[in-house]
Design a protein around this ligand. Sequence first.
Ligand SMILES: [Zn+2]
Length: 449
Amino acid sequence: MLTWRIRAQWLVIPILAMASSGTNLDSGSCPAAKTADSSCLGGVTPPDQARYDNYRIYNVEFDNEQQIELFQKLEEQSDSLTFIGHAREIGQKLSILVAAHRVADFADLLKTYKLKHRVLTYNFQEKIDRNMSEVQPEDIDASKLDWQHFFHLKTIYEWLDKMAAKYSQLTVLDMGTSTQGNPIKGVKLVSNPNNKAIFIESGIHAREWIAPATATYIINELLTSQDAQVQKLATDYNWIIFPSVNPDGYKYTFEHDRMWRKNRQLFGTCRGVDLNRNYPDHWNSTGSSSDPTRYDFAGPSAGSELETQRLIEFIRENVGKEQIKTYIALHSYSQMLMFPYGYTKDRVSNYADLQEFGQKAAAAIKAESGRDYVSGNLYETIYPSSGGSMDWAHAEAGIPIAYTFELRGPPDSQDLFILPAVEIQPTASEAFTAIRTIVEAAAEKGYYK
Ligand SMILES: [Zn+2]
């Protein structure tokens, strides 16, 4: 039956191609003479884009060791299941994106091994389609950048240039080029050269679009807010903000695969290093992979990636000169405010302070929007992982206040990384509130003296 249907399709294709009057079409040309070419559907070549039609998101809960071992094996074996984290412990809830052709098989497995579970989403492509409809065209005038839509890298970069032209206290920075030759651009906001600086890294994971959107929101607030508290923050501190430290990956999520996470470095048949596993601090010791096909591939060696090297060079050069005392890395999702370490549950020297500031920040978010954010060290709060930029910034660069934010949605989000645009403004505002709370609390403890 299936064979017959495929054959019927083959028959239709050349007929449709001929119907296009025998001339080549502009985009994705389909010569009429070409027959039985599946890339030539009705004269229009489909774009080279990953699709997730009828992919489901399951949220499973582990009751016993056998289930955990089973799911560890399953993750190793299958590239049709996208694990959002690894199976680790009893009581853990894990979201897994299941390819359409594996749904029956996966559902059977859950039944056979009696796993508690929920289906969060039945057709992931619908989420992506809606999300893509909220993207403004790449050639839009950058002065139209807002926080009700998502924007291409080009627009974000042009917006940084426009803002710098408008506000004299803002200058555009360039860390240098990425693996595929894109600049890694950011801004520096200086009110007083003697101020201590706050560094914000954003978009290291390509698919987490809320992160660059939050970064531009914060830049805009610091420059335009009429709120006295925000104005004080803008004048008492200098700010260095890079909206997309993985520009190749970010571009790729717009053009080819919305779910791409890593950079675009080539390794034989596959691509990508998880840049947030690539930093030279206890590199590849836990919660990362040595396999280039995996989403958390740590890279061939510590600091192997150009994007990692650019950021390290920048921080090393500027940490003393600019007096960088705070490092914030923006991610999604799970609603967490986390501090070092990621690679061990051992406590950092200023654990009590970071814990206190994090809890204050979570309370400030709760008061603002009612959202629940959890604070704690990264190892215990989300999952163990090594080679992260935050651990490096704290341990190697000596930046005392270091956090990784996981922004909206909640840990059992139906959207995963595909946050609706209507949530950009409140999410970014929450993040800024958290940063403000942390900075004010750290100031009281004398961190910026
Ligand atoms: Zn991330």
